[in-house]
Design a protein around this ligand. Structure first.
Ligand code: TRP
Length: 329
């Protein structure tokens, strides 16, 4: 049996080239060696208020983008978290073995809580639900960004504590961080990672941005005061742009150097913009086809939920039995 991979994306904000180069592109590659489950985590999204109509639309947009970038529903399962009730069920059971201090220490909890007037309990429980997502499928490998490392460590701590209290039940999941170079920074601020939730139109290139918008954003990206590309002295802005170009093309370093060395910034940016536009064109085209085909997307999501439910239900039954809860089997 192939090792199992699980990962998730929140259906909030616009998926951007940083999500694609740092995560989705790799998810597509992993399909050949692993049994993959890719999840749209809508229950995580509502830990901060979401407009219902927007959330509903975003879930489908993200699902269509998963397909458009090359996740193959015949091979991998694409699921919406809330359509598999076992996620919420297991989350409750795991909540009961998780010390509240572990959750209060999470840096993302502290950051998000600091920006809210009232802090919903869901925000504190967020990492427990994430642990449930992963442990529910006994996933071996979880590809995530560096910012999720702490949540993965917590997942292992929860699994270990459960196993110690109730007997060996959960597989210990491994974190798989993206390769260096797959880290895309903000165009307006190359010191921070490109983020779905960052404000400002000049920050990220969304996967569904039209060519004009992409051109405009890249031409306005922050650079430095050098007159032309110099690999020895370039600042983080130029480095980020060239890094984006390289991540899309997969060209080796020498070819990238030969191509960009000495190029004026205007020219270099134009090169990057056109490469991004051309790389996104087939994804956008495929996205349009998926959205235009009535019934296709709901069918994919239904198939995904049906395929993973037996695995999820088996874990929930096992956990119930281990804890002494009333279980049918
Ligand atoms: N917290 C993750 C993020 O914001 C999303 C997520 C939820 C996730 N459940 C998961 C990622 C399980 C990996 C595995 O990026």
């Amino acid at each position: 049996m192939k090792p199992r991979v699980f990962s998730g994306v929140q259906p909030s904000g616009d998926l951007h080239i940083g999500n694609y180069l740092g995560a989705l592109k790799n998810w597509v590659r992993m399909q050949s060696g692993y049994e993959c489950i890719y999840c749209i985590v809508d229950l995580h999204a509502i830990t901060l208020y979401q407009d219902p109509a927007e959330l509903r639309a975003k879930i489908e947009e993200v699902a269509a983008l998963f397909l458009a970038v090359g996740i193959d529903p015949a091979v991998s399962s694409i699921i919406v978290q809330s359509s598999v009730p076992a996620h919420a069920e297991l989350a409750w059971m795991l909540t009961c073995v998780t010390p509240v201090g572990w959750l209060q220490r999470m840096t993302q909890f502290k950051a998000k809580a600091a920006s809210q007037d009232t802090v919903g309990d869901g925000l504190l429980q967020y990492p427990v639900l994430m642990a449930a997502d992963i442990l529910l499928y006994q996933a071996h490998i979880v590809p995530v960004g560096e910012d999720q490392s702490q949540h993965l460590e917590l997942t292992r701590d929860i699994a270990q504590r459960f196993n110690a209290l109730y007997g060996d039940t959960f597989v210990m999941p491994e974190t798989k961080l993206p390769e260096v170079g797959a880290r895309v920074m903000g165009l307006d601020d190359p010191e921070t990672k490109m983020s779905k939730s960052a404000p400002g139109v000049g920050h990220g290139v969304a996967l569904l941005d039209p060519p004009d918008a992409i051109r405009k954003k890249i031409m306005r990206a922050t650079t430095d005061s050098n007159p032309a590309v110099d690999f020895e002295t370039m600042g983080p802005g130029v480095r980020n742009l060239i890094n984006i170009f390289q991540a899309f093309t997969d060209w080796p370093d020498e070819q990238i150097r030969a191509h960009f060395s000495g190029l004026g910034y205007g020219q270099a940016k134009k090169q990057v913009a056109e490469m991004v536009i051309e790389s996104l064109r087939p994804i956008q085209q495929r996205h349009r086809e998926i959205v235009d085909e009535p019934g296709y997307l709901p069918g994919v999501l239904k198939q995904g939920a049906e395929r993973v439910s037996p695995i999820a239900n088996e874990t929930v039954e096992l956990v119930k039995k281990r804890m002494g809860l009333y279980s049918r089997s």
